[in-house]
Design a protein around this ligand. Structure first.
Ligand code: NAD
Length: 311
């Protein structure tokens, strides 16, 4: 049997080539609309998407021959996972592909905030030589608190320990001893982490427990020179408290890649504060992460198809 694969969002060609080399018949149609998808899905065994295509219950029900649905990258919110699993269709993604790029962005944001890179860039663009007011901090010798010691948190710990930082870690699940030992990280409570860190970087998944987990009580515990970086999900902050903390000087600064509403309202207070560096959710926007997303997903799909004896 020839396995037929439909890809309806833009992905790196390396993944398409891998699937073709595995002997699959691949139709690469990025941008395919819902009506066309509903019309053709019955012919396919595998559907691959990113975040644009909505794999709703009606698509899944029409996909009578579907065996696997693959989501390149992280998040499954555009796929009706429940409907797929009820029909015995496997749903896979490739979040591990984004780990290094996101950790590197977190490190870059720490440096940008500590050395006022965005602020001085902006000043110089408007003709101001803002040298005197732009004293910053080194990362070397400072303490970095990592909230959520999973894939990205651990990779950031490796990068930061190479920069001479000490690591405090907090996670709801106890990380393996060797992951802590490798970077000399000390496991602490969230309160201890806030009180003891010069830099704090957030890497938890968004759950009902992490939604709004960082608010006024924790922010008030932070060191006055602390810089907080968030590349996880905007909703982990109580945004009003963050604005208050930045305005009142409870913390020195923040660097954000994610927001509770994306894109945030233009001119919103958080974007206008001089001690905030912001990027538009670009953690995984690298050529490497995008290529790895689809090639790692292709590997998983090829292995599932083989394990089912379909090719
Ligand atoms: P992961 O699952 O490997 O790690 C998440 C960690 O958070 C786990 O160790 C988990 O135990 C911990 N955690 C969950 N609930 C917690 C709680 N209540 N308290 C403390 N720790 C808790 O995930 P990851 O791949 O490292 O991704 C981390 C985050 O980064 C996710 O929110 C993900 O969506 C986000 N992300 C953002 C970008 C971006 O473009 N900015 C890219 C990739 C991932």
């Amino acid at each position: 049997m020839t396995v037929k694969v439909l890809i309806t969002d833009e992905v790196d060609e390396a993944g398409v080539d891998m699937l073709r080399s595995a002997g699959f018949d691949v139709r690469y149609s990025p941008g395919m609309g819902k009506d066309e998808l509903l019309g053709v899905i019955e012919q396919y065994h595998v559907l691959i998407v990113r975040s644009r295509t909505k794999v709703t219950k009606d698509v899944i029900e029409r996909g009578r021959n579907l065996v696997v649905i693959g989501r390149s990258g992280v998040g499954l919110d555009n796929i009706d996972v429940e409907a797929a699993r009820t029909r015995g269709i496997e749903v896979v993604n490739s979040p591990e592909a984004l780990t290094n790029s996101t950790a590197e962005l977190a490190l870059g944001l720490m440096l940008a905030a500590a050395r006022k890179i965005a602020y001085t860039h902006q000043q110089l663009s408007s003709g101001k030589w803002a040298k005197e007011e732009s004293m910053g901090y080194e990362l070397y010798g400072k303490t970095l608190g990592i909230i959520g010691f999973g894939r990205i948190g651990r990779r950031l710990a490796e990068l930061a320990s190479c920069m001479g930082m000490s690591i405090l870690a907090y996670d709801v699940v106890k990380p393996p001893e060797d992951a802590l030992r490798k970077v000399g990280a000390k496991l602490v409570s969230l309160e201890e982490l806030f009180a003891g860190s010069d830099f704090i970087s957030i890497h938890v998944t968004l759950t009902p427990q992490t939604k709004g987990m960082i608010g006024e009580p924790l922010l008030r515990r932070a060191k006055r020179n602390a810089i907080i970086v968030n590349t996880s999900r905007g909703e982990v902050f109580d945004t009003q408290s963050l604005v208050k903390a930045l305005e009142s000087g409870w913390i020195a600064g923040a660097a954000l890649d994610v927001y509770d509403k994306e894109p945030p309202e233009p001119g919103s207070k958080l974007l206008m504060l001089p001690n905030v560096v912001h990027t538009p959710h670009i953690g995984a926007q690298t050529y490497e992460a995008q290529r790895k997303s689809i090639t790692m997903l292709a590997e998983k799909i090829i292995s599932i198809i083989k394990s089912k004896g379909l090719s």
